[in-house]
Write a protein that binds this ligand. Structure first.
Ligand code: SF4
Ligand code: MG
Length: 304
């Protein structure tokens, strides 16, 4: 669906603070039409920056983002779903007006009766009642609010959804409901997803492929089955170890091996060498390239 090619972004000036933030380098991947690629990594790895570049919220300082044409022959339309639905829903608006806003703004429907009918249909698609449109965002639970933001994102009939930690503010049981809804919508509407999470277990059942990011770079990318069965990068293995195992006593999910260095001053050589249990002298000076392996994975590690 889209293809992000290097050199992608070297430096990003963020807001008025003019502080460079989450530099992303040489990130390159493509998402197949109707599929789901997930970007996974700890906070500060640059995954949200990639999401905002793809949806056009930030401009890239170099490199390119190419979209395949969608069904209409026009470039694919993308919408974004954020982590905190409450922050992205106007608290003073009734839900029906929140969902109708893109319909009005993009002039997709030009009469009020049509807009009302479409809003009711969108509420139904995400599992809410038409009467919920009369309420305000604060009258809903976190999971219901995420359903509202999904309905709003779907209003403009996007073919491509960029989802930045859409369930990480929710309880585990509610998380599962929203993930199931998103999978159902993907099937029914033929959507394509770029899904962003810090948690490999969340993306496991959503993703066709997974790209693991560390300090602004993709360190491993593989189809989901291969990544879980045969993780090749020491960082991917570390992330997998933090997934709780239902058969084992609850483990501390914090990653034990040291602090993540500042993304503003990444270490030289392999950026993971300060935390890597397998680091060798050359890892401190030579940066490993992301290279293809026989099973279709790509890995950036001297030992892989
Ligand atoms: Fe670890 Fe070296 Fe591989 Fe980096 S290149 S992940 S430091 S072994
Ligand atoms: Mg983020």
């Amino acid at each position: 669906v889209f293809d992000v090619s290097p050199p992608f972004l070297n430096r990003l000036l963020y807001g008025q603070k003019r502080k460079s933030l989450h530099a992303v380098n040489d990130v390159s991947f493509s998402v197949p039409m109707g599929g789901c690629l997930s970007l996974v990594g700890e906070s500060g790895c640059g995954k949200s920056t990639v999401a905002r570049l793809v949806t056009g919220i930030y401009p890239p300082s170099s490199g390119q983002i190419r979209f395949a044409p969608g069904k209409s022959g026009q470039p694919l339309s993308a919408q974004m779903i954020f982590q905190d639905p409450y922050a992205s829903l106007n608290p003073r608006w009734r839900v029906k007006n929140i969902i109708a806003e893109p319909l009005r703004e993009l002039k997709l429907i030009d009469n009020d009766a049509g807009i009302q009918a479409r809003v009711a249909e969108l509420l139904g698609i995400v599992g809410l009642a038409a009467s919920d449109g009369e309420k305000f965002p604060h009258e809903f639970s976190g999971g219901q609010r995420q359903r509202i933001s999904i309905a709003r994102a779907l209003a403009s009939e996007p073919e491509f959804l960029v989802c930045d930690e859409p369930t990480s503010a929710l309880d585990v049981s509610v998380q599962a409901q929203i993930l199931n809804l998103m999978r159902k919508l993907q099937d029914e509407l033929g959507l394509t997803y770029l899904f962003i999470s810090h948690d490999l277990s969340v993306v496991r059942h959503m993703s066709d492929r997974i790209a693991v990011m560390y300090l602004g770079r993709v360190v491993e990318e593989a189809d989901t089955e291969t990544l879980f069965a045969d993780p090749k990068h020491p960082y991917t293995r570390l992330l997998l170890q933090t997934i709780p195992n239902v058969n084992a006593p609850q483990r501390n999910r914090e990653i034990a091996a040291g602090e993540v260095p500042s993304p503003l001053a990444p270490p030289p050589g392999c950026t993971f060498h300060t935390r890597c249990p397998l680091a060798q002298p050359r890892c401190k000076s030579d940066r490993p390239e992301l290279l293809p392996k026989a099973d279709g994975a790509r890995v950036a590690c001297h030992l892989a």
